[in-house]
Write a protein that binds this ligand. Structure first.
Ligand SMILES: [Zn+2]
Length: 137
């Protein structure tokens, strides 16, 4: 058989280091291992827009915990944090911005042309993107 059978680990070396650094923030080992596994196994499309519920399910933790872990992951350059405004009329993604400071109190949907007030807990969704820049281990 192949000589590769003795090496079942096929880690992407570019995520291991940053994931390991999250231990400094007190992120439990179990969650680090799941995050590392997730980053290895998820395809690029899955890592393009990650919502809190999705990654919470993948890591087996609640969304509150995941927000904390992901805040550290953003700090370590593993993910970029984006905020999206969704139209309450048609569900379209009316706007994406990168800090809450860029957010507005009201938007006009580019899809259905309805105006709406933006509420932090309803129309604004937080998503993460795997950083496109290669991070060194
Ligand atoms: Zn709309």
């Amino acid at each position: 058989m192949s000589h590769t059978s003795s090496q079942p680990r096929k880690e992407r070396p570019d995520t291991r280091g940053p994931v390991e650094r999250l231990a400094r923030y007190g992120v439990p080992r179990e969650i680090l291992d799941r995050l590392a596994l997730y980053l290895r196994e998820a395809d690029d499309r899955e890592l393009y827009q990650i919502n809190p519920r999705h990654i919470a399910a993948r890591l087996g933790v609640d969304t509150h915990t995941v927000l904390g872990v992901m805040a550290y992951a953003v700090q370590e350059g593993l993910f970029d944090l984006n905020w999206e405004v969704h139209c309450p009329h048609c569900g379209g993604q009316a706007r994406t911005f990168f800090t809450l400071r860029d957010g507005r109190g009201a938007e006009v949907c580019p899809f259905c042309q309805n105006g709406f007030d933006v509420h932090l807990d309803h129309e604004i969704h937080v998503v993460w993107e795997r950083t496109s820049a290669r991070v060194s281990a």
